[in-house]
Write a protein that binds this ligand. Structure first.
Ligand code: SF4
Ligand code: SF4
Length: 108
């Protein structure tokens, strides 16, 4: 590969996008989410151990709305309720709660 081709390749490489989700990429959830993930901190590994661990929910959330903190937190402004985090959690610490049940619980 000559220098010109190498430069071209380098230039091209710069523009290859790395698809990383960011909060809000899909827009605010609004009122259409039908279920919300709720983390049980009694089961969540980092919450139990008090140190960074696991974070599969953070890694798999397609909208990047789970924090990589102890304990992890979910931004419900943007969470669309897909349930991937609940499916990926190795200790079943995340439950998908119907929004209607959540609203009833909130209302008391
Ligand atoms: S995947 Fe489950 S155990 Fe792991 S950090 Fe998330 S909620 Fe906690
Ligand atoms: S339900 Fe989907 S969008 Fe919401 S936190 Fe879990 S993986 Fe992310």
């Amino acid at each position: 590969m000559d220098k010109k081709q190498a430069d071209k390749k380098r230039e091209f490489a710069r523009f290859i996008s790395k698809s990383e989700p960011g909060p809000g990429d899909g827009g605010r959830t609004g009122s259409w989410r039908v279920a919300r993930p709720v983390i049980d901190l009694e089961k969540c590994i980092p919450a139990k151990k008090g140190r960074p661990a696991c974070f599969k929910c953070w890694a798999f959330c397609p909208d990047g709305v789970v924090t990589k903190t102890v304990p992890p937190e979910i931004d419900y402004e943007y969470c669309k309720g897909c349930g991937i985090c609940a499916s990926e959690c190795p200790v079943c610490a995340i439950t998908m709660m119907a929004e209607t049940d959540f609203a009833k619980k909130k209302a008391g």
